[in-house]
Ligand binder design. Structure first.
Ligand SMILES: [Zn+2]
Length: 61
């Protein structure tokens, strides 16, 4: 597992050098997501299946 990939937005791969990132912790693993993609996580988590392990267990708000 490559640690540096978690330091960028899990959707678009932008780093905290480029945009402010929210930090998420899921199953002991830190994830980052940029403000642009937070709504996606909230409303359409199924779109992140394959990017975030376990996201299929999340229900859209
Ligand atoms: Zn993003």
């Amino acid at each position: 597992m490559n640690d540096t990939k978690n330091l960028a937005c899990l959707v678009c791969g932008k780093t905290e050098e480029e945009v402010p990132l929210f930090k998420l912790v899921y199953r002991g693993e830190e994830l980052r997501i940029c403000p642009q993609h937070v709504p996606l996580l909230i409303h359409e988590p199924q779109k992140l299946v394959g990017k975030v392990e376990g996201v299929e267990n999340m229900n859209p708000a």
